[in-house]
Design a protein around this ligand. Sequence first.
Ligand code: GRG
Length: 288
Amino acid sequence: MKELINVIDNALDKYLQIEYPEDIFKAMKYTLMLPGKRLRPVMCIETARILGCDIEKVMPAACAIEMLHVQSLIHDDLPCMDNDDFRRGKPSNHKVFGEANAVLAGDALLTYAPQLIIEKSTDLTSEQIVKILHEYTKFAGAYGLIAGQVVDIESEGGKLVKSAKETLDFIHLNKTAVLFRLAIKIGAIAADADKYTIEEFDNFATKFGLAFQIYDDIMDEISSFEELGKTVGKDKASDKLTYVSLYGLKTAKNKFNCLIQECCDIIDKYDSKIFNDILSRLAARINS
Ligand code: GRG
């Protein structure tokens, strides 16, 4: 997995060159190249590999997903959103480049990502590229990531249109699971997987995404700045609607463990060391 992360890091570095005007490219590259776990591109590439597709074929799209993810992190940290001063162990984008450049860097990553898919995915067919772009635009916008963020912000202000449970599920599915679904679906599309297989992987990605957000909620409660590279304890301090605040730590851990087990059951037949590693590492940390 470490090897694959290095390959992804090199590809990200290559795909995003510093050009004029340097300030915007530097701001884009700053958060992008800080050490993240690269879970989304890794899972995109591993899905493609399991299903018989060369990793080079899907690398531009896998990197594009990381760019979209980084855009969401940069914007999430802004004072008008979560107002966080640290990300990936370093000062947040707006702390280094100022708010205007951080907004623009996010916008630029959001728009460069599909450009990269179109320009560099030379081994994919036009039909595959259109399908991938359709998924990208659907999941990144008001039918996905943005919807999750809006309801998250509304719920912090105490505005609940649905029940707390329904609201929380909506936030987790749209704010977090959506990018894992996108990553894994793109891997499956690149491998020309059939409808049944795409659905099976989508089911895996949805469960994984929910488990991952519960993991994130639990870690905010039990972990440290040194481990996470971002401010901890914020959810509790801001009385945020999370799995832990709604169900308590014990039930949150149980739900997380159930989802991880369901993910293992789905992925088991593919005998993937990378997926097994990701699932077992998350579970080990929560149950330690
Ligand atoms: C798409 C225009 C547009 C806006 C995005 C800001 C926003 C709207 C959404 C916020 C989404 C968000 C930040 C969700 C949190 C998901 C999450 C748990 C992120 C942490 O992921 P890790 O732990 O991070 O994989 P690393 O740094 O390892 O990549």
